[in-house]
Design a protein around this ligand. Structure first.
Ligand code: G6P
Length: 593
């Protein structure tokens, strides 16, 4: 959802900004641009498409180095992805980059037009620049920024340059922004990955903070008063942008899964640490999230109800905010988010907190808004995830929910199956085996990559897995794919079944195996190509093309199937020549509602 970076200092500014943009490209990649100060004049260079295009443009210009600059990579919200809508926007004395959405931009724009301003883009961001320029006519810079804060409705992280002032300005509301403190200069950035090459010291800006950056100093103000903020240190091991020799981040991140699962299990190997996972005090749970994180919640719902006997519902955060909420005296709301910056999930969390309901976040980014504002959190610690399609972070979300269900069930004395915590330790090796066995999935990969449409069917926990498998496939390969509760397909959607359309049935639940197989039979008899992904012991149906994984227990089997589905999605997208790490129209961190 747009990435921003700014730099002021002795290093090569253009190089710092471009490196930052490459690291932030996962946040959006429709267009990009830089604004730099050359000979006391601000030059804006913008380009449609990837950051590499911008770099080519900049090289052609053979520009002198600059002492400071700001840059932006865009995921279009207001206005299509064209050169006029690309950031930075310059109006009068103000040049800025913006991440977020200004809800009252049209009203502000109408008033500014009356004051003589003309607009060259369809963006709300240009309106911010114009308003600030207008305020600067009668006010100091800091006062103008305060006025701006009062005027804007919506979300923003802003990096600003003002003609005649050799400083960078940064401020935020809801969209993330930090400042980096380096030996050779200072930075502003949407996240630490953008600047880790140069510094690991940073300050998180809170809503209302305004930072002023000079090349050898910085100041942070709250309501025009200077304040001190804690300098944090990032551990670079967690945020490497390296593909480790793999052709794509997505593949590298799938390969990381055995290790990150193992790290998670180690964190909870001591039963004293189980306090964090024990939810036995709650009578009902609402899981609220978006995208894959919501699908992780669906797996959690089945396990929490089955093992911990806690009534659990799962909601898309964008819906949850506006629905009537019915809580009992012991309701917990679990927010799940890789980035911790997803606008709808943040908004849902804030609303729930206002109502006095307990919140728990399962979150990957420990510095994120959700991690900082939630009542209690469990960090997934998957490390940075660069590919837009989540893999390892999703797997860890499911692992955490599995552990919560296991521990809560154990604490409530409900655990009937003979499963010990040590059994969870089988998981890293089994995931590794799933990865090594990729040759066994080749035939399925080949069938799917030749199709334009397919279905995934399953019941219970297998349906939850299908939702993620189907999403993964469609987001990276652009094949139309739908996940259905196996029994529901015949109530309408079966009319879409044509000859040779692949239907993948996921079967890990022995109680539901026969039912799902008969649903698969219904579509096969109408010409579909049935494919079964199942576990050892449930694979006694010879008539289907099958992928069989080693069976463990109900807490783990779903994770293993998901790894298979992630690999299938990856290789299908590879076969089809798709842009795997940056699929069209998507962004990894969705910071608008
Ligand atoms: C985007 C990403 C998805 C992700 C979803 C929720 O749509 O492309 O991969 O699942 O946002 O993101 P979060 O950071 O809250 O997990």
């Amino acid at each position: 959802m747009c990435g921003i970076i700014g730099y002021i200092g002795k290093d090569n500014t253009v190089e710092v900004l471009l490196n930052g943009l490459y690291a932030l490209e996962y946040r959006g990649y429709d267009s990009s641009g830089v604004a730099i100060n050359i000979d006391n004049k601000i030059s804006v260079i913008r380009s449609v498409g990837r950051v590499s295009k911008l770099e080519e443009e900049i090289k052609k210009l053979n520009i002198k180095d600059s002492i400071y600059g700001i840059a932006h990579t865009r995921w279009a919200t207001n206005g299509e992805a064209n050169i006029n809508n690309a950031h930075p926007h310059k109006v009068g004395k103000v040049t800025l980059v913006h991440n977020g959405i200004i809800e009252n931009a049209n009203v502000l724009k109408r008033n500014l037009i009356k004051e003589g301003y003309q607009f060259n883009s369809d963006t709300d961001s240009e309106v911010i620049a114009a308003f600030l320029d207008y305020s600067l006519r009668d006010n100091s810079i800091l006062d103008s920024i305060e006025l701006l804060k009062r005027k804007l409705v919506g979300s923003y992280a802003l990096g600003i340059i003002i003609d005649g002032s050799d400083e960078l300005y940064a401020l935020r509301k809801d969209s993330p922004l930090l400042i980096g403190i380096g030996n050779k200069g200072n930075f502003l950035a949407s996240d630490i990955t953008a600047i880790i090459k140069y510094t690991s010291d940073y300050i998180l800006l809170d809503v209302g903070d305004v930072a002023i950056l000079k090349n050898d100093s910085y100041e942070v103000y709250k309501e025009n008063k200077k304040i001190n903020k804690e300098i944090l240190k990032s551990t670079s091991s967690n945020i490497s942008n390296d593909k480790n020799g793999y052709s794509h981040h997505m593949l590298k991140e799938i390969m990381d899964e055995p290790q990150v699962i193992s790290n998670l299990l180690d964190r909870y190997s001591n039963s004293d640490s189980w306090k964090e996972l024990d939810l036995s005090e709650y009578k009902s749970i609402d899981i609220v999230a978006c995208g894959s994180a919501m699908y992780a919640g669906l797996v959690g719902q089945v396990l929490l109800e089955e093992y911990a006997e806690i009534k659990t519902n799962v909601y898309a955060a964008s819906e949850y905010r506006y629905k009537k909420k019915i809580y009992n005296d012991k309701t917990l709301v679990i927010l799940i988010s890789q980035s911790g910056e997803t606008a709808d999930t943040i908004a849902a969390m804030r609303e729930v907190k206002k109502l006095g309901i307990d919140t728990l976040a399962i979150v990957n980014n420990s510095n994120s808004t959700i991690a900082r504002e939630v009542d209690r959190k469990i960090l997934t610690e998957a490390g940075v995830e660069i590919a837009v399609a989540t893999t390892k972070a999703y797997v860890l979300q499911v692992c955490v929910l599995s552990l919560i269900s296991y521990v809560t069930s154990y604490k409530k004395g409900l655990l009937k199956d003979k499963i010990s915590y040590n059994d969870f330790y089988k998981l890293p090796d089994l995931v590794d085996l799933v990865i090594k066995n990729v040759d066994n999935y080749k035939e399925v990969i080949s069938i799917l990559s030749k199709s334009e449409s397919c279905f995934f069917i399953g019941r219970g926990i297998d349906y939850a897995i299908c939702m993620e498998g189907s999403l993964k496939l469609k987001e990276v390969s652009y094949i139309h794919s739908e996940a259905y509760q196996a029994g529901e397909l015949k109530h309408g959607t079966i009319s879409l079944i044509e000859k040779d359309i692949p239907v993948v049935a996921v079967i890990t639940d022995k109680n539901l195996k026969e039912k799902t197989l008969s649903n698969l039979g219904e579509v096969e008899s109408r010409g579909a190509k049935g494919i079964v992904i199942t576990t050892e012991g449930l694979d006694d149906n010879d008539e289907h093309l099958k992928i069989v994984i080693k069976s463990t227990n109900r807490f783990l089997d779903s994770i293993l199937v998901v790894c298979v589905l992630q690999l299938i999605a990856y290789y299908v997208a590879l076969d089809r020549g798709c842009d795997i790490d940056k699929p069209r129209n998507l962004a990894k961190s969705v910071t608008v509602e």
